[in-house]
Design a protein around this ligand. Structure first.
Ligand SMILES: [Zn+2]
Length: 751
């Protein structure tokens, strides 16, 4: 047989390696550079005679990805470097273990599985240097295996539809970075995307909608794009994608949502709802009251659907959703209430638990495992169910301690539909703030799991919901480079610090992403503002991502044109005395990525005052506790985490201390109304005044009706106490119903 060779002509940006690190992502377990000069070559030859075709095809395609972008012709005879593959048949205690070394003459790959050969090859590609007219490789030795068996990326194809080619591209790049689970979110209120032969209307009707919300959910008034929108995957396409992923070491975990997020299915088969009323596939986001009825017909319908799903997807785990299912309809549905009596279920949560158990038993009989969002814990967890913990870490902790398998995917660190930079300059997103550094800091094993039960944490996953992501370029923008941070958390036992990770990105990985033509985001590189209290006011400085000071400029925007004052320097001081709530536009400039950041600053009469918190904010939302409420900067809307204090315990109380008795005329208190994120306005605010902090006198009381509440103040006071009355629980039918809502405050503007 003629030896098959792979040809590499591999060129990329200049890379510099040091002894501490290899610039490979995810960081290998063990890497050591050996002594000896770099070997210069122009052709990499890999003997793949022993490799199954499906795997060698992937190696070829990776070669094409890199070669086609940078192929160079050379007149001289190519100098070849050979890669020898050695498969170890004995089982290694660690899954997908591989070893890779270069002794100066030959590259040796020892691998234990098809996937681990791909891992080794990806690592090798990342280690080769471009020397302009030739390639080079330093002698090294490397051993590697994954820390967690579940390294997941999710894609919602319901809110917006992505083609087979786009889905394959998503899988391609994740596989190159050693992700191994693709969670395909195939059904939701806004579209049913998987062909089910027995129920053709699911895709015929449920696959399309006649309107889609423009702008953000919270934008008022709402406007609609009335274009006919949708699409679905045929079973033949799905089989093709499943094989494509499997060839790349990626298992596809399909998600069929139940009992909630069912509007598309119910548009096709309204009899499966409690009311039977026909409603169109919705183009609005959020949570809807109409869910699958718990009656027998629905249970068998869903089991029929799962029968076809199981035939298409070899995955051990099948995701059944289980999240955000309001019980409004079940409470008034005769059939649901009958079920509760028949099975002696004490409330609708137990009815949902019973519903999920029907699927759990069904999938178990089929030799599969059920996985669902953490709501499936409510009313009792099914015996074999695995849990995906998204509403925080609590669900994951509880499930692991009950010895159920868990995949961690808390919104705080793992939701890539959140903003990764300033929401004023980023493309419209859901809300939230999950910058690169926060993703990088994530540890999939939360505190609170007993040592014996830590093994139930299978790993972690990042989720991409696509309400505000209509095209694939933006998918890439939201996922990269955050996915490179997340794989560090699930693969790497020796994760370097964040600054080293940034160096790896800028010195090597962005060049690799360019070969894939990925539209990655540079939002992480924008300079950040630091606002600190200073005697009688505040100081604003800017720093680059490598913590160096940058220049900032401030321009007064309250003045008429021609009188604009521009001040530039490393820091700017604003005093509260004598100011008249003038506004300034402040910009920080950074040279490495040529990026800038801007904030609007209000120089009001309360900036830099001291606040004593009687109610502490939730520690996740205590951004710059000392100064946030009096730093002159309003929080961004849609909410992106920074510039806000978030409270979720009882009422909110704090005291503002002045240096002397002051007669303020007004204070404007600013709060956030973002009910989809469980953030509600307070009900009312009362202000008390005092001059020695002992005897408090009520000086104002006002109902809160909007985000900004202007309150008239009376008399001279040295202290002001603010007491906000908040809702005890989120009202029924709203996202997070029954939970204590958050109160988010960003500023007190004194005049
Ligand atoms: Zn019902």
């Amino acid at each position: 047989m003629k030896p098959v060779t792979l040809l590499f002509l591999f060129v990329c940006g200049l890379s510099h390696f040091n002894h501490a690190q290899s610039h490979v992502i995810p960081t290998p377990l063990f890497y050591e550079q050996l002594s000896g000069e770099p070997f210069k070559f122009s052709l990499l030859i890999t003997d793949i005679t022993s490799v199954p075709k499906r795997t060698s095809d992937v190696l070829f395609s990776w070669n094409n990805t890199f070669r086609n972008l940078v192929e160079k012709k050379s007149d001289s005879i190519p100098i070849a470097l050979k890669v020898r593959l050695n498969q170890t048949t004995e089982k290694h205690p660690e899954n997908d273990f591989y070893e890779l070394s270069f002794d100066g003459k030959l590259i040796n790959i020892h691998y234990t599985s098809d996937a681990s050969l791909l891992y080794a090859y990806s690592t090798l590609l990342q280690l080769i240097n471009d020397e302009g007219h030739q390639l080079s490789l330093r002698p090294f030795t490397l051993k590697d295996y994954a820390k967690f068996p579940w390294r997941g990326l999710h894609l919602d194809v319901c809110r917006h539809f992505f083609t087979v080619d786009e889905v394959k591209r998503y899988i391609d790049i994740m596989a190159f970075y050693k992700y191994n689970k693709f969670h395909w979110h195939l059904t939701d209120d806004q579209g049913w995307r998987i062909e089910i032969k027995k129920y053709p209307l699911l895709t015929e009707i449920g696959g399309y909608r006649d309107s889609t919300l423009n702008d953000h959910y919270n934008t008022s008034p709402r406007t609609w794009n009335t274009e006919h929108y949708g699409g679905f995957y045929t079973q033949a396409q799905i089989k093709d994608v499943v094989k494509y992923a499997s060839d790349r070491g990626v298992t596809i975990v399909p998600e069929i949502e139940m009992p909630g997020h069912a509007r598309a299915a119910l548009a096709a088969y309204p009899d499966l709802s409690c009311t039977g009323i026909q409603q169109p596939v919705t183009g609005l986001w959020g949570v809807f009251d109409d869910i699958f009825c718990s009656k027998e017909e629905t249970i068998s319908f869903l089991q029929d659907v799962l029968t076809e799903v199981v035939e298409l997807f070899p995955s051990e785990y099948i995701h059944i959703g289980g999240d955000e299912a309001p019980k409004t309809r079940w409470k008034t549905c005769e059939k649901c209430q009958n079920n509760m009596r028949k099975y002696q279920l004490k409330d609708e949560h137990e009815l949902q638990s019973w519903f999920i158990r029907q699927m759990d038993e069904f999938l178990t009989r089929k030799g599969r495992k059920l996985i669902g969002w953490d709501e499936i814990l409510e009313g009792g967890l099914s015996p074999n169910a695995a849990v995906m913990s998204w509403r925080g870490e609590e669900g994951g902790i509880a499930a692991a301690n009950e010895q159920h398998e868990v995949v961690m995917t808390p919104g705080s660190h793992c939701y890539f539909d959140h903003y990764q930079g300033d929401s004023q300059t980023e493309p419209l997103a859901f809300g939230g703030y999950t910058p690169l550094e926060k993703v990088y800091a994530y540890n999939p094993v939360p505190a609170g799991i007993s040592p014996d039960n830590k093994k139930y944490i299978l790993g972690a996953q990042a989720n991409l919901w696509t309400e505000y992501i209509a095209d694939f370029k933006q998918v890439e923008y939201m996922v990269y480079p955050r996915a490179l941070a997340m794989i560090q958390n699930t693969w790497s036992t020796n994760k370097p610090d964040y600054q080293s990770f940034i160096n790896t990105l800028t010195n090597r990985q962005f060049d690799l992403l360019k070969y894939w033509n990925v539209n990655y985001s540079l939002s992480f590189a924008k300079p950040v503002f630091k606002i600190t209290k200073e005697d009688q006011g505040i100081v604003i400085t800017g720093t680059s991502i490598d913590n160096n000071p940058v220049n900032i400029a401030s321009k007064c925007t309250s003045e008429k044109k021609g009188k604009e004052l521009i001040i530039m320097g490393p820091s700017i001081y604003f005093s509260r005395s004598g100011s008249d709530a003038k506004t300034y536009r402040i910009t920080a400039f950074e040279n490495k990525f040529h990026s800038s950041s801007t904030i609007n600053f209000i120089n009001h009469k309360g900036i830099g005052l001291t606040i004593e918190f009687i109610t502490p904010p939730n520690k996740r939302y205590a951004h710059n506790l000392e100064s946030t409420l009096i730093d002159g900067v309003l929080g961004a809307r849609p909410w992106n985490g920074s510039q806000w204090l978030g409270f979720n315990k009882g009422n909110v109380e704090f005291i503002v201390h002045m240096d002397e008795k002051i007669n303020y005329k007004h204070v404007t208190t600013s709060a956030l109304d973002a009910t989809t994120s469980w953030i509600h306005l307070p009900d009312s605010v009362v202000v008390y005044g005092s001059d020695e902090g002992v005897n408090w006198k009520e000086i104002a009381r006002q109902k809160v009706t909007g985000e900004q509440t202007k309150i008239a103040l009376k008399g001279k006071n040295k202290q002001l106490k603010f007491v906000y009355t908040t809702l005890d629980a989120i009202p029924e039918g709203m996202p997070g119903e029954g939970y204590k809502p958050f109160t988010f405050l960003d500023e007190l503007i004194f005049e």
